[in-house]
Design a binder for this molecule. Structure first.
Ligand code: ADP
Length: 157
């Protein structure tokens, strides 16, 4: 069985994340969307909330599982018996940092491969931080996040 892991902060999940998860799920037997728990990073949503938002937003995709992990991504990969990491690429900045992470992960765990999916044209600008910023200032983020996430944002802000 070909299983891949799509890791990220997802604080909150955006339509860009959902698009990458959907397209990646077509390429493998099972996709695990993995919410990274980083105690050193201040987040708007708890990891439980981020897992819930992803589960609700991806409910129609039957071969996707949402989990959270802490510690090294390569350790999580071996726990779930996967050697494929999926990441999205929006621009040169993503490319530079993603190449570095891919190399680090393959040094830490030879055999682990990172697959990049290009962001959709209409979502090149879209990030969780821009959603947090615009929503906190009262702007309309309806077209940037799944409907389920809108409710979480309204309750949080
Ligand atoms: P991280 O803090 O690990 O970068 P993010 O939640 O910001 O977590 O992003 C997770 C992954 O999703 C990254 O590979 C990122 O490049 C990708 N991503 C984020 N926003 C988009 C988008 N609009 N379109 C495509 N991919 C995206």
């Amino acid at each position: 069985m070909r299983r891949a892991v799509y890791p990220g902060s997802f604080d909150p999940p955006t339509n860009g994340h959902v698009d990458i998860a959907r397209r990646a799920s077509y390429l493998v037997d099972e996709l695990i969307v993995a919410v990274g728990v980083n105690v050193h990073k201040v987040s708007l949503f708890t990891s439980e909330e981020r897992v819930q938002m992803l589960q609700e937003s991806l409910v129609d995709l039957k071969n996707i599982k949402v989990m959270s992990y802490s510690g090294l991504l390569v350790d999580f990969l071996s726990t779930v018996q996967s050697s494929i990491i999926v990441r999205g690429l929006r621009n040169e900045t993503d490319f530079a940092s993603e190449m570095e992470m891919a190399q680090i992960n393959s040094q830490l765990s030879p055999g682990v491969e990172t697959i990049f999916l290009p962001a959709k044209d209409s979502q090149l600008f879209l990030s969780s931080s821009c959603v947090r910023e615009v929503a906190s200032l009262g702007g309309d983020v309806t077209s940037w996040v799944p409907e389920k996430v809108l409710h979480y944002l309204k309750n949080k802000l």
